[in-house]
Design a protein around this ligand. Structure first.
Ligand SMILES: [Mg+2]
Length: 399
């Protein structure tokens, strides 16, 4: 591998970083599963009275519909939109396939969400050639294995790689070479600098600074009125400097699922059944990422908006659906005993204390249980998770 002289010494040794972000992920999965929706506006989200938009495809964004908007507003903006419920376990399955593709080019994958990650491919250049070859392979392999499009940003640090994939969306493919940083950044609006949010932006603009180039060249003494002791930091970003590393182990600190019910629920039966679904979803995600968890947690919000979390740590980390569910169920039992027939608005299961690597001989999982988990994961990845659900939950918990 040829070592390239580093134009930004503060960046440390020259690295090759790729940011991959799936385009309109949930909505694209739905369009892929329903070819009849091709070219039509599609919204994924809560369809009940309290629903919000979880994802909007590019056809519906033209109407001003965006993520996190109340669904009622989205419906008014685009009455013809096809509105679909969130099928999280299906998106997790697709996400696992996408992350599998990531790991074919490097083990250095830092997942940011189900459909977005940083990859440090510095050590992969010798094998694959250029960063653009790797980026192109990733896009092709993701398309082949999932049928979906991703945007790829390539640069020598995370900040530039992320900006590059954003700017190219959808189906983006943008490489910012080390000697092209100024040409890339200088014309960009200053609001694109990480950390310049709604509060700071008007103050910066008041100084007459509208672009990153102007921020880069501005007098630090003037900037310090707005940025204080963060002035040097923001000017470094305007120069495209970012020394943060891709940290695979830090990718996920916790994994959780939660649902806000359309109507408050007081039947324990229904709550346990939902809990089983969430435990399955959380633990299959753990296994897909090659992680195991030490701590199981539940979150319960009652009809008065009082939120409780209850957690329990295990003597050894687990990946087992059965273990996650049993612990979560016992936590919920305790909560229900203390809050007799209080209607529940939100319920969630989470795991934390994540460690890489499957647990071995932890004494917590029987080999049968592991085989069952593996079979469920295989069925899910082949057919989508709608096909396979443990029929145990309702029966076992209706007491
Ligand atoms: Mg995305």
């Amino acid at each position: 591998m040829t070592l390239i002289a580093n134009p930004n010494p503060q960046d440390g040794p020259q690295r090759a970083i790729i940011h991959v972000d799936m385009d309109a992920f949930f909505a694209s999965v739905e369009q892929y599963d329903h070819p009849e929706y091709a070219g039509l506006p599609v919204i994924v989200g809560g369809t009940g009275g309290r629903g919000v938009v979880a994802a909007a495809n590019y056809e519906v964004r033209k109407f001003g519909v965006f993520s996190a908007m109340p669904m009622s507003r989205a419906r008014r903006l685009c009455p013809d939109a096809i509105i679909l419920p969130v099928r999280m376990s299906r998106y997790q399955d697709v996400s696992s396939q996408v992350f599998k593709v990531f790991r074919t080019v490097t083990p250095q994958v830092e997942g940011l969400s189900l459909d977005e990650a940083f990859l440090d491919v510095s050590a992969s250049l010798a094998l694959f050639g250029s960063i653009e070859t790797i980026g192109a392979n990733l896009r092709r392999d993701i398309l082949n294995s999932t049928g979906l499009h991703a945007s790829v940003g390539m640069a020598h640090n995370k900040y530039l790689a992320k900006l590059a994939s954003d700017i190219g969306k959808p189906r983006g493919f943008v490489h910012v070479p080390a000697d092209g940083v100024r040409a890339f950044l200088d014309p960009m609006p200053v609001g694109r600098v990480w950390g310049i949010g709604k509060q700071t932006l008007p103050k910066v603009r008041k100084l007459g600074i509208l672009t990153m180039g102007q921020l880069r060249k501005a007098d630090p003494a003037v900037l310090s009125k707005v940025f204080g002791n963060r002035t040097a930091h923001f000017q470094a970003l305007a120069r495209g400097e970012d020394a943060r590393e891709v940290v695979a182990a830090r990718a996920e600190k916790s994994i959780s699922r939660e649902v806000t019910f359309d109507q408050d629920i007081s039947q324990p039966r229904v709550l346990y059944s939902e809990l089983q679904r969430q435990a399955e979803s959380v633990s299959s995600r753990l296994r897909a990422r090659g992680l195991s968890a030490r701590t199981i947690q539940i979150k319960v919000r009652d009809y008065r908006f009082r939120t409780a979390t209850r957690r329990r740590s295990l003597p050894a980390p687990t990946t087992s659906t059965e273990v996650v569910f049993k612990q979560a169920r016992s936590l919920l039992e305790t909560w229900l005993e203390a809050n007799q027939s209080t209607p529940v608005r939100l319920l969630g299961v989470g795991v934390s204390g994540l460690e890489s690597g499957d647990e071995q001989n932890s004494g917590f999982d029987t080999s049968n249980q592991r085989a069952l988990d593996q079979t469920m994961d295989n069925i899910k990845s082949r057919y989508g998770s709608g096909k396979a659900t443990r029929a145990l939950a309702l029966k076992r918990n209706s007491k």
